[in-house]
Design a protein around this ligand. Structure first.
Ligand code: SF4
Length: 196
């Protein structure tokens, strides 16, 4: 087995054993071969698994309305899941009273070593954060201070990769902050920038 695969297997196993966040200690970490390709140039980093999405299906952005929208955006520009890697800033599903909630700062910090490790294993050319929490995690790791509204769909060189921030395609964000049409044009820019 190649080093990349060996290291990823180790990382996936250690995330499955992680109990650092008390509120999520009984829930699975979503990090497996179902997240996509380790040999990709592009990683998407969203917020956290959703209750009806990857929290249920084990496949990031699949099974709920955010997943439907994300898949629509991928299809719009012809990006295939098997050619990219999709993950979250927080690997387990944060819940409050049975509903999805935003992860706390502590939970984002707890999970950062997994994300850092993953980036080091894949060494992508482009990292697309999907929503504010993904961008917050990148800001913490690389000591940047980007604000999503200022840098959406803008290529930003950081060290060995280019950051390309996107909004989250949840129904709430689409309704209040960034319409699906605007997100389609953001994905088009990503597609053109990626150059295939
Ligand atoms: S969210 Fe991350 S840090 Fe928290 S328990 Fe899950 S794997 Fe561990």
């Amino acid at each position: 087995m190649l080093d990349k695969e060996k290291n990823f297997k180790r990382l996936s196993k250690s995330s499955s054993l992680c109990r650092l966040c008390p509120a999520m200690s009984d829930l699975p970490a979503i990090l497996s071969s179902k997240n996509g390709s380790l040999y990709t140039d592009l990683i998407f980093i969203a917020e956290a698994p959703g209750r009806f999405g990857s929290g249920r299906t084990g496949i990031p952005f699949h099974g709920d309305r955010s997943g439907d929208n994300f898949e629509q955006l991928l299809n719009y520009v012809g990006i295939k899941r098997k050619d990219v890697f999709i993950t979250n800033a927080v690997l387990c599903n944060p819940l409050k009273d049975g509903n999805n909630r935003r992860p706390t700062t502590k939970e984002i910090n707890n999970c950062i070593p997994f994300l850092e490790n993953l980036i080091n294993i894949i060494t992508p050319k482009i990292i697309s954060t999907v929503g504010g929490v993904g961008l917050e995690a990148i800001n913490r790791i690389f000591e940047t201070r980007f604000k999503l509204a200022d840098v959406v769909a803008t290529p930003l060189p950081i060290g060995k990769f280019i950051l390309f921030p996107l909004y989250h395609p949840s129904p709430r964000v689409i309704h209040t902050k960034r319409s699906l049409d605007k997100q389609k044009s953001d994905f088009k820019k990503l597609f053109r920038f990626r150059g295939h």
